[in-house]
Write a protein that binds this ligand. Sequence first.
Ligand SMILES: Nc1ncnc2c1ncn2[C@@H]1O[C@H](COP(=O)(O)OP(=O)(O)OP(=O)(O)O)[C@@H](O)[C@H]1O
Length: 566
Amino acid sequence: MSLLVAIMDGFGLAMFLPLLQLVSNGSMATGERTGEMGFILEHIEAIGFRPDLTTVLLFLLMFFTLKGVARFGLDYYRVILQQRFANALRLRNLNLLVGASYGKFADAHSGTIQNTLSSEVVRVNQAYLNYFQLLQYLVMTIVYAVLAYLANPRFAAIVVVGGLLSNVAFKWINRTTRAASSAISRGMNVYQGLLIESVASFKYLKATGLLERFSRKVSTTIREAEAQQRRIGLMNAVTYAVREPLIVLVVVTAIFVQLMVFGEGIGLIILSLLFFYRALTSITAVQSCYNQFLGYSGSIGNLIAFTEEMKGGQEPPGSKPFTGLRDRIEVSHLDFRYRDKQVLKDLSVQINKYDTIGIAGESGSGKTTLVNLVTALLQPAAGMIRVDGVDVTEIVKEDYRRRIGYVTQEAQVFSGTIHDNVALWDGSDKNDEPVWEALRLAHAAEFVRSLPDGISTRIGINGINLSGGQRQRIAIARELYRKVDILILDEATSALDSQSEKLIQDNIDHLAGTLTLIVIAHRLSTLRKVDKIVFLRVGGDHEVDTFANLLKSSGDFRKMVALQAV
Ligand SMILES: Nc1ncnc2c1ncn2[C@@H]1O[C@H](COP(=O)(O)OP(=O)(O)OP(=O)(O)O)[C@@H](O)[C@H]1O
């Protein structure tokens, strides 16, 4: 399409020569006086048109109309492609993020993820636009150069020389822009990270007066990025500013050489100059597109690095089907370490279907790590976890995890109504009963009923604030609604008052036997009735037994229970 735009434009411009001649002499010159471009007129005459003013004007109009049509197609198609490109980019990276292993995700910098998936995609899209505009202008430059060559080979040589000269001037500008662009991308990663952290820890930072210090760090990063952005702006401004004088310089030189040195006629000079002007405009457009492209090139590097990083950290989806827990989860001789820090050592425990298992131990002893291994979020260094006899790492992870409920320490509440939060937008808007049932089981029905809009009350961001205990009860209700096989309560009762904790405790007792429960608890009293307790110590030592037996056999356990009873 670029080719078509340039050719139609070239043909249209070529019509000015016979027009000039008609106006000044009353007749058209033919042969070498029109240069090699004479073939256009010859063809027009060959198809039966008289070489007069009307024909020339009509064809002039037609060529420029066709150019307009081609230009429309070109621009519109580019927008479509650009949109498609941006979407493909977003979806591909989103899929990579979804498929990434938990370990990879935990190691990644949240600012980088956020920045890459939001601003960097926009910047890369802009780079894409500049890149294709560059190609477009490059095609045009070639066409105009060819037309200029056809009109007068000598001029074509000057176009090439002019282009090469301007290239030297732009080289330095390009280098500076590229460096500034990389610096911006790096700065934006830091900025987004700081922003996320200050939003997540807003209450703490505000209450302790540390928000000031954080915001100072954020503003320094912003200022640095701004300085780099200014450099890019300066380079782009220079590119634009020197463009015109540079073209005029070449044009003036060309006129001078043509008139004074070669004694060329004015008509052909004007036609050649028109092509020159177009070719040089295209060349400088190529230059400025390239410089703008470089301005975003840091983001391309950033995005590619992110994509490669995520690609390298993809979780194998697993191949063995899973339709629900039938018999047991068997943890055998499990070893796990974070780099050189041993967390679990030779741990074996059998979790039968419908069992309730407690995991206890001091802070940092590996309770959460054990659960992450059971849910196959982490891979053991040695040993194995078998689910109904199948290695958990080989099971189709998605199917397996769909059967797992997880209530974490920071109970997840999403921005939406209570109904949305329990049913997670599963399309059951009309039917409230199963949601109420789950709320009842989680002992949340009563407080939900007292809310201004009941089950339709908005919570989370832009909604009402819930207490820590209420959030956890909503989170538990969500898992009960999903009818999972395995429910993991990770410190689920830590934010509850003793009355609510008793209710949840009752619920655990009530749920016990209806699904497989894994309860991580700081308060050992919660684990009094469980079938088995995995008692962990920092460094990997552990004991697995019932509450009563541990009281007898383990001095540490006894001490912890005694301390908590105080
Ligand atoms: N992604 C990680 N990289 C490196 N070390 C980690 C990582 N996650 C946890 N650890 C370390 O592994 C150890 C076990 O952590 P884990 O969160 O499993 O303990 P926990 O018993 O659940 O602790 P708490 O009761 O405080 O929640 C801790 O020393 C922790 O610092």
